[in-house]
Design a protein around this ligand. Structure first.
Ligand code: FAD
Length: 460
C-alpha cells in the first residue's frame, strides 16, 4: 500500500519536529521552506540568537528521540540574577528541586540538529527556497514560488500543516473569512540584541548559570549565556518615545542611555553604540485565532496558530508541545484529518490563550515586579507551600516551566487562586516568620483541587 503523503509549510522548529514525528508514523512528509538550508548558508538574521528551553520542549525532544543530541548544546540557568539600578544584585532560584532549571540554547544550533534528524529519515523531503505565496481554499492548493528561478507551482493540501510562523501566509490567506478568525496584536515594545563576549580565557564574564535581568520599570535588559562563554543580551524598550528606540538613533544617545540605566554592564558590551543604533529592531506580538483548522484540509500549528511574546520563554516550548499533542492524538485516538484537527484545537487552543496571557503578564513581572521588596517574600512563601503540599501547590512559574503534564490553562487558573492567597497571607508580613503558614496551607487545601485532577498523561 502506498504511504499517505502530507505537506508542511515552514521548516522552523515546529515544522521540522512535526515532520520527524509524522514521518515516524509512516507518512511521506514534504516540507517547503522559503529560506536557504541553514546548515549550508548562514541562519536568518534578525531572530533571537538564543532561547530558553524548558520542560515542555525537553519532553517533546525526548518524545521524538532527540534529547541526547540536544543535551550537549544546553547551558543550564538555575535562576534569575536581578541587577538593581543601585548596583546591587540578587540571585532568585527558579525552582527548589535540583532539576528545576531552564536551559539556554542557540536557536541556529537547535534548528540545525532538528533539520539533520529530519533529513536522515528517508520519507521526509526538505525543499528549501520554496516560498508559499498564498492558499486557495476552494481548490485546496498552496501557490508556491521556487526562489531559485522564480517559477510558480501548486502544492495540494493533502492535508497541509501551516508551520510558517507568526506572519503565516497560510493564515493570512483566510483573512476576511471566519475560518480562523486570526487577530495579530503588535506590542508597542520591541527588542534589539547585543553581545557580551567571552573573557580572554573563554569564561563567561557574568555568572553563567543564571538568566540576568536589569529591570527598570518600563523597560529592561536581559542576558542569556551561550556555550562559547559569551552572553546574548536583549534590550526590550518601547518602540517610540523617551526612553524608546526612536530616541536611540545616534551613538552618543545610545552610550548615554546605557551609562544612565545599565552602568554596571555597559563596559562589558561589545560594540555597544554601534549595535544599539544599527542592529535590526525586532517586533513582538501575539497571534490569537478562534479556530486553527479548515475542515480536514489545513491545520495551523506553532507560531502560525498562536505566536506569544517571549517574556515567559514559552513560544518554542508551546510549538514543540503542539507536536507532542498531535502525535499523541494520532496514536491514541486516530480518526480522519477533520476529526484530528478538531480534537487538536479542543485540546490546545485554551492552553495557547493561557500562555499568551501569562507571557504578557510576565513582561511586567520581569521589568517591574521583581524590584518590589515583597517579591522575594512571596516567592519564599510559595516555595514553602510547595514543600508542605506538593500535591496541591506548585508556584505558577514552576507549573509553566517545569511541569509539562500540567496544561497551561490549568496553570493559569490555579495561578490566579494562588496569587490571591499569597497576597492575603503576606499583606502584613515582612519576613516568612511573620506569615501564618499553617493557615495558608489550610487555605490551599480549601481553595485548590489536588494537582492529580489536572495533570495530563501523554506518555505512549
Ligand atoms: C526575541 C525572541 C525571543 C524568544 N525567546 C524564546 C524563548 O526563550 N523560549 C521559547 O520557547 N520561545 C522563544 N521565542 C519564541 C520562538 O522563537 C517561537 O515561538 C518559535 O520559533 C516558533 O517556531 P515555529 O516553527 O512555529 O515558527 P518559526 O520559527 O517562525 O518558523 C517558521 C518557518 O516558516 C518559514 N516560512 C515563513 N513563511 C513562509 C512561507 N511563506 N513559505 C515557506 N516558508 C515560510 C520561516 O522561514 C521559518 O523557517 C522567542 C521569540 C523571540 C522573537
Amino acid at each position: 500500500m502506498p504511504l499517505e503523503a502530507i505537506n508542511i509549510i515552514g521548516a522552523g522548529q515546529c515544522g521540522t519536529l512535526l515532520a520527524i514525528m509524522l514521518a515516524r508514523q509512516g507518512f511521506i512528509v514534504d516540507v517547503f521552506e522559503r529560506n536557504h538550508d541553514p546548515r549550508v548558508h548562514d541562519a536568518e538574521a534578525g531572530r533571537s540568537i538564543n532561547l530558553a528551553l524548558a520542560a515542555r520542549g525537553i519532553n517533546a525532544l525526548t518524545h521524538a528521540g532527540m534529547i541526547n543530541q540536544v543535551r550537549p548544546m544546553l547551558v543550564p540557568m538555575r535562576g534569575r540574577m536581578v541587577h538593581q539600578a543601585d548596583g546591587r544584585s540578587d540571585f532568585l532560584p527558579y525552582g527548589q528541586a535540583s532539576d528545576e532549571v531552564i536551559y539556554s540554547v542557540t536557536r541556529s544550533d537547535l534548528n540545525e540538529v532538528l533539520l539533520g534528524a529530519a533529513d536522515r529519515i528517508p520519507n521526509v523531503r526538505l525543499h528549501f527556497r520554496q516560498q508559499a505565496i498564498g492558499y486557495d481554499a476552494p481548490d485546496r492548493t498552496v501557490h508556491v514560488k521556487d526562489l531559485n528561478d522564480d517559477s510558480l507551482y501548486e502544492v495540494e493540501a493533502l492535508p497541509l500543516f501551516a508551520a510558517d510562523g507568526a506572519g503565516s501566509i497560510i493564515r493570512r490567506s483566510f483573512d476576511g473569512s471566519d475560518t480562523f478568525g486570526g487577530v495579530e496584536s503588535l506590542l508597542r515594545h520591541g527588542y534589539k540584541e547585543l553581545t557580551i563576549p567571552a573573557a580572554p580565557d573563554g569564561s563567561h564574564q557574568l555568572r553563567p548559570d543564571a538568566l540576568h535581568i536589569w529591570p527598570r520599570g518600563g523597560f529592561m535588559l536581559i542576558a542569556l549565556p551561550n556555550p562559547g562563554g559569551d552572553f546574548t543580551l536583549t534590550l526590550f524598550l518601547p518602540n517610540v518615545g523617551d526612553p524608546g528606540f526612536s530616541s536611540l538613533t545616534d551613538e552618543s544617545a545610545a552610550r548615554a542611555f546605557f551609562d544612565q540605566h545599565f552602568a554596571d554592564v555597559a563596559p562589558l558590551i561589545d560594540n555597544l553604540e554601534h549595535d544599539v543604533v544599527h542592529r535590526p529592531l525586532g517586533l513582538l506580538g501575539t497571534v490569537r485565532c478562534r479556530h486553527w483548522h479548515d475542515r480536514g484540509n489545513v491545520l495551523l500549528i506553532g507560531d502560525a496558530a498562536h505566536a506569544v511574546v517571549p517574556f515567559h520563554g514559552q513560544g518554542m516550548n508551546l510549538a514543540f508541545e503542539d507536536c507532542v499533542v498531535f502525535d499523541h492524538l494520532m496514536r491514541t485516538e486516530g480518526g480522519d484529518w477533520a476529526y484530528l484537527f478538531r480534537r487538536f484545537e479542543e485540546l490546545q487552543l485554551a492552553n495557547a490563550n493561557a500562555i499568551a496571557d501569562m507571557a504578557l503578564e510576565n513582561y511586567i513581572e520581569m521589568r517591574d515586579t521583581v524590584r518590589d521588596p515583597k517579591f522575594a517574600l512571596r516567592k519564599a512563601l510559595a516555595f514553602e507551600l510547595e514543600r508542605r503540599l506538593p500535591d496541591y501547590f506548585i508556584p505558577r512559574y514552576s507549573m509553566v516551566m517545569f511541569h509539562s503534564d500540567i496544561p497551561y490553562a490549568a496553570a493559569q487558573q490555579r495561578g490566579a487562586v494562588q496569587k490571591q492567597l499569597i497576597e492575603e497571607f503576606t499583606e502584613r508580613a515582612e519576613h516568612l516568620d511573620d506569615v501564618d503558614i499553617d493557615a495558608a496551607a489550610a487555605a490551599v487545601r480549601e481553595r485548590l483541587v489536588p494537582l492529580a485532577d489536572v495533570r495530563v498523561d501523554r506518555t505512549l
